[in-house]
Design a binder for this molecule. Sequence first.
Ligand code: ADP
Length: 610
Amino acid sequence: MIKSLKGRISLVYLTLVIISSIVGFISVVNLFKLSGSIEKLMTANYKSISAVNNMIESIENQDRAILIYIDMDKQKGLDEFSQNNNSFVQWFNIEKNNITEFGEKKSVEKTNFYYTKYTRSFLQLQEIRNTLGIENAIEYYNKTITPYFNNTKKSLRTLKQLNEKAMFKGKNNTNNDAKRSIYIVLILTSLATTGGFIISRYFTNLFLKPIYTLTETVKLVKAGDMNQQTTIISKDEIGELAVEFNHMTKRLQQFEKSALGNLMSEKNRFIAVVKNISDPLIVMDNNYKIAILNKSGETFFNISEEKSLNKHFLEVIRNGELFDHISAEFNPGEDRKEKIIHMTSNDEDYYLNVVVTTVKDVENNLTGLIVLFQNVTALKEFEKTRTNFIATISHEFKTPLTSIMMGIDLLLNTEMGVLNDDQMNITTVLKEDCEILSTLVSDIMELTKIESGKAIFTIQACSISGIIENTYKQFKQIADQKSIDLEFDAEENLPLVSADFEKITWVVNNLVSNALKYTNAGDDIMISASVKNNMMYVSIRDTGIGILDEYKENIFNKFFQVKGNDLEIRGTGLGLSIAKEIIEVHGGKIWCESKLDLGSTFIFTLSLSK
Ligand code: ADP
């Protein structure tokens, strides 16, 4: 039994080659047979017919020679007779040695008999001619020679007919042989073709069957079913492949099991960590159905995890503000957002920093959300106390500061006597410092007012173009003095925004004032507004000193100032914090895009008036 696929394929080829050879051999044998029949036909009978024809011709010439001998020229007659006699004998011998047909021998003997008589009677005629004269010779010719002549010719014709008949018969036989050969070759060719086709088909299917089985198993494995083993049908190369394939799937199964095991233990570890986090935590799928609620969450929301599993967030925690924050769209490039929300649990007030983080799959599709509730109540209380304290201190600062400034003004106005140059310089510096201090106190008071929620916002429909134009007019002169090109560009017919006119004016003024502070002569400042995605975008772009990336986040923090600016600018570091608070109270966002030495753009958004 041949085991290798190569050997089996070779065997099939060999079988096909043998079948073709047999067909070829039988065809050749038939062709040989056919050619033999033709040969026989051409040599034997044709040779006899040709000999008979020549003999007839010779004997007819001899007959004419006899007449020449009798009537005209004896010698010529004798010569021609003997010449044709030689020819006759030569052809007769050929025919005698070429007897192929039944009855042919008898005719040859008859011919020989009559011809011998014929030639001998010519000798007799010569005698009669010489002795008895022409008349007697002619009579002898007519009576004796002519019958021999006729009988010889008759037996020759019989001979010819015999061979012609045989030839005709031979032709028919040859035709039949040829037909038979054609049929045999045709039948054999059809048998060989059909046999070859059946053999190739049978063996092709036989050889391919294990491949088909393997392919089906590969498809199942590809679909993720690692528990697949292919049936080993043959022991050839494909069988070896199947064995190796089964080893491979076994290894894959082991790998899958171990990977799954690792994954499971990782998952359990993750769940254990999550469950024991001291802050409440909820894990949801992308349809806001709860997947995990940790222990602290169970206590805080007063519901067991068991009851909340697979339920929509709002079914479990009926807090619209919280859900709005969780379900709000993430900004591009953002994976996490936070917001401090006030909530009550077990009749106690809490401030929770709600941190929402996305869970994504390998293809970056959102698959879930993790919501962490950081308890910042203590911080918030501390912040409140701090704000109140600062507000009180600032307020207490305000009255003496106003008296100091009034005093300094009186000194500078020389109403209380003329100051010398040194006194004048010191008093001027004092005035400037007091002004900064006064701004700082005002800023702190404004900020604490907003942060503590005491600031009053009068939200109404107002024109952003109007605000921009006012700011432009207010700062144009200062910009010109500093040789800075201040421009504004607000799209025509801008819709109204929902805002506190004065507070937003304060924000735009502050941003333009900053832009003027952090630009040099020759720089440009552009104030513009446009509508995108149903929101108003206001931007203040300058070509000034710009801000390093690392500071961009911090500049909105209280008292933060970028150190090392070449420009000697003294500010409070509170302007942007106040602007941020104001914009956020409006439900908008404020951010900065900047490149060091190229300039900065401050952008904020506002909702359109409904
Ligand atoms: P300040 O009173 O110091 O201007 P702000 O809160 O308004 O306080 O700004 C905080 C810091 O942000 C500034 O000290 C400055 O370093 C930086 N800053 C603000 N606006 C610009 C600007 N247009 N170009 C460069 N830096 C700026």
